[in-house]
Design a binder for this molecule. Sequence first.
Ligand code: MG
Length: 276
Amino acid sequence: MTATKILATDLDRTLLPNGRWPEDPGAIELFNTLTEKHGVCVVYVTGRNLDLTRDAIDEFGVRHPDILISDVGTAIRRFDRAGWEADTGWEAHVRRTSPEWDAEAVRRALKDIDGLVEQEREHCGPFKQSYYVDHDDRDAILETVNLRVKGRFDEVSIYSFDSQSGDGLLDLLPQSATKQTALEYIADTLGVARTEVVFCGDSGNDIDPLTAGFRGVLVRNADEQLVAGVSQQLENNPDMVVYFARGGFKGLNGYYTGGVIEGAYHYGLFHDNDSQ
Ligand SMILES: [Mg+2]
């Protein structure tokens, strides 16, 4: 009996080839095959909600995950033959550990800030209040946001830049329900050490899980903000383990799915030695 191996990955522009870089033909099929062959527990960790995750699975042909951490960490579901099943323990845990969180109160506090536009209702939820941000003016906008909410709602604010649309994206979440804490919860639930979890990402909202004690992978198309942030933390924390996909591995280019596969080989989740 081998120990569970967790391969966790962001979706957009990490596993999914939906950015401006070239995709590897066949990389998604290879990912599907290799995760199956090596019995890896696949966890998608995404800002998408369940419906948009289903759309991505249909559109790109990526396999179903074993576990879905959606809505930037605020919801967890398991997937098996019976379909999607919500992890209600996670919801209870979040309510218990972030008692001051109140999405509606955050919403009221952040009304009428120039350059800050609330996202559509389907992108918001009881544990997620999200905005589009004028990226060029982000410093001033984020400072105003901080002045209004910081420390009042057990909240955390996570900023990322969507290189595809040019939008700045701001998520206000309970501090107990982020991509990082949700993945920690999954690792603990499955009895897997954090150092045995591989997490792959490409943009700003992936920085916490990439620097939280998991084995990190930055796909080759990772944005500059993330590369700079991770590199800086690497200098301060020599125990951090992060791999920067370069491409040129098994004929893959290192972007998106190719980078995820390269990282999974780097950490030994995938290997070509059948005796293991
Ligand atoms: Mg992404």
